[in-house]
Design a protein around this ligand. Structure first.
Ligand SMILES: [Fe+2]
Length: 268
């Protein structure tokens, strides 16, 4: 099974720029690339920070764009989002019984959970409160022995970044305690604006960069807090015995300086 992970759109109203970049054009280019190269993907997940300032117009424009997108798409919230504004546009949800933007799907015998870790202003950190925990407990129990993949905006552990580790999931250990005894294979997150992968307490994890501005790995390695580095989306191949996560820098994909016929007969 193949699916796509996109994160951190930071949309502003169409035509506006953010830190010198055009978020809506980046989204359009990303979606067009996915349609062109990965139309066989089972689904696309956009793991939060849909709108830079949680504004209704950006959500309306996102919804209108996704209405024309032919691949099933699951949208989630990040710290830049506004839950009420989002649900005023995405009136059909996804949402759980308490109004959090959480949902679950099953594909190929695997359970995918899309979590809402939005804490709310003025904090940029994440939170997974008792009501959200109750939903997760129910979902984990319902999954039984089926493998589980979690999607969440905020990582539930430190990622060795001086700034990001200040705004990870606040109640990470309470959250992680819920996962004990369940077959969570991989955690997908966003938020970091960096390509990251590794393993944490037996669970593999990955995060793609943002579609727009990035966060330098080493603070002050550039003169500004954010950096202009390649945007990427992740193409994930999941099977019973493995998961492969490719990060594709789709805006930086250009032909090499070589004859188009060179090196075509040596792949054996
Ligand atoms: Fe973000």
């Amino acid at each position: 099974m193949k699916f796509i992970h996109v994160s951190d759109l930071h949309l502003v109203p169409k035509g506006d720029k953010l830190w010198g970049l055009d978020p809506f054009v980046r989204l359009e280019t990303c979606l067009d690339d996915i349609i062109k190269l990965h139309s066989d993907a089972a689904f696309v997940v956009i793991s939060g920070d849909l709108a830079e300032k949680g504004d209704v117009l950006a959500y309306r424009q996102l919804k209108a764009r996704l209405a024309d997108f032919p691949i099933e798409t699951h949208v989630m919230l990040g710290n830049h989002d506004d839950r009420a504004h989002f649900l005023s546009v995405f009136t059909e949800g996804p949402k759980d019984d308490n109004g959090f933007v959480q949902s679950a799907i099953t594909r190929d015998g695997t359970r995918f959970l899309f979590l809402d870790t939005l804490k709310g202003p003025p904090s940029s950190a994440g939170l997974y409160c008792a009501q959200r925990q109750a939903w997760l407990k129910t979902e984990l129990a319902a999954a039984g022995k089926h493998p589980l993949y979690l999607f969440m905006h905020h990582p539930p552990f430190a990622i060795a970044h001086d700034l990001m580790d200040l705004i990870m999931l606040d109640d990470a250990e309470d959250f992680l305690a819920l996962l004990h005894g369940h077959a969570v294979r991989h955690i997908f997150f966003g938020h970091a604006h960096r390509p990251i992968s590794g393993q944490f307490r037996g669970m593999s994890f990955s995060a793609p960069p943002s579609l727009v501005h990035q966060l330098p790995l080493v603070s002050d390695s550039v003169a500004t807090i954010y950096s202009d580095e390649p945007a990427m989306y992740a193409v994930v191949h999941a099977a019973a015995d493995k998961i492969v996560v490719h990060m594709d820098a789709f805006l930086n994909r250009h032909p090499a300086d070589m004859d188009p016929q060179a090196e075509r007969g040596t792949w054996h």
